[in-house]
Unconditional design. Structure first.
Length: 374
């Protein structure tokens, strides 16, 4: 049975990501650290899958993750090849992005969000070993990514980028393990709230003391991001309700949450190309970032275009999840169809996972997709 509260969190995270990339409001990253929340939710679902199916859960999760990327690649990669992308064996990374896939000048901007799938892929592959360690030594395993990140950020260990990413987001993934195990729920308030407060204060102090080029934006501050996000996750998952009763009473909101969950990958992968493509047009007509009406139009237009893509190819997520394909998820269905979808979800133990029009700052030079668009 699906947890409507977790579905709601995932939906809010997806909306927050899109709105942030359109508006560039750094405050949104503090109010709702969406990427860490999505990794925590994915970690919880991965733990459920591993509990049920063992290492076979890795293949099931990859089956759900990759087809939506392949659909994007079928459209985008030929366009990049025609506009300057050099043909090389690295193009195959668009099939299995274990490292940053190559891109040309405009593709590197429009596809800057691919880092999430790369990290997600790493975390899925590492999960069987991490879950084995977590079940035997939960607290040391939980602390390991954060300790690794501290040693990197203070200059003790000049780690390669892959380990920095593990330090930044694998801690959130492991907090998802703890959520699945019931550890966060069992924490008494006298312990959970002081720990969350200490993490928030520590993360906030580091953010204030080390502002990035966009001010107090979590994406520019790895350690502050990890600590602040951990505090947020402890609260929203540690005191998570069993469900959200009011959601089922609002047909419109319930349908929107269902659509965003069933089309989360499609929305995530396709929104940034539209943000980048539309930015020059917005500037021509004078819809600046200081104009609230212009910003609202930008956001609505990006969601409308992504919605059209979801209608066209979103069904790929249904096929990948072995659900009956739907044009718009959550519509009236026969009870047998609903049972079929529930059985497919239960078999995998997974839910649908999942710039500021001012394009995010590039993280490394070169032609690979390594841009901070979080």
């Amino acid at each position: 049975m699906r947890n409507t509260y977790l579905d709601l969190l995932r939906s809010l995270a997806i909306v927050r990501v899109v709105v942030y990339h359109v508006t560039g409001w750094a405050t949104l990253t503090l109010v709702f650290p969406a990427m860490s929340v999505m990794f925590a939710l994915a970690g919880s679902l991965m733990a459920a899958s591993l509990t049920r199916s063992g290492p076979a859960a890795v293949g099931r999760r990859l089956r759900r993750l990759l087809p939506s990327l392949w659909v994007l690649a079928v459209v985008i990669v030929p366009a990049m090849l025609f506009t300057g992308l050099t043909v090389s064996p690295r193009v195959l990374l668009w099939l299995f992005p274990i490292a940053d896939p190559p891109a040309n000048h405009w593709g590197a901007l429009a596809l800057s969000i691919i880092w999430y799938l790369r990290d997600y892929l790493w975390f899925v592959l590492a999960s069987p070993v991490a879950f084995w360690l977590f079940r035997r030594a939960p607290l040391p395993t939980l602390l390991a990514p954060y300790l690794l990140l501290v040693t990197i950020e203070v200059g003790i260990y000049p780690a390669p980028p892959v380990l920095r990413e593990f330090g930044l987001y694998f801690g959130a993934w492991l907090l998802g393990f703890a959520h699945h195990a019931g550890m966060l729920r069992r924490l008494p308030g006298r312990l959970l709230y002081p720990v969350a407060l200490a993490l928030a204060v520590g993360g906030g102090a580091w953010i204030v003391g080390h502002p990035g080029p966009r001010g107090y934006d979590l994406n520019d501050n790895h350690l502050g991001n990890a600590l602040w996000s951990a505090a947020f996750i402890l609260i929203v998952l540690g005191r998570a309700p069993a469900g959200v009763a009011w959601l089922s009473r609002s047909r419109l909101v319930d349908r929107a949450v269902t659509v965003l969950n069933r089309r989360a990958l499609t929305v995530y992968l396709w929104h940034m190309p539209f943000v980048v493509a539309l930015t020059p047009l917005f500037d021509v007509v004078g819809w600046s970032h200081q104009d609230p009406v212009g910003l609202a139009i930008r956001v609505l237009l990006v969601f409308a275009l992504v919605g059209l893509v979801a209608l066209a190819v979103g069904w790929v997520e249904d096929v990948a999840a072995r659900r009956r394909p739907e044009l718009v998820p959550g519509g009236p269905a026969r009870s047998a169809d609903a049972a079929e979808r529930s059985a497919a979800d239960a078999a995998d133990g997974t839910g649908t996972t999942i710039g500021r029009a001012v394009v995010p700052a590039q993280r490394t030079a070169g032609a690979s997709v390594r841009i901070n668009a979080r």
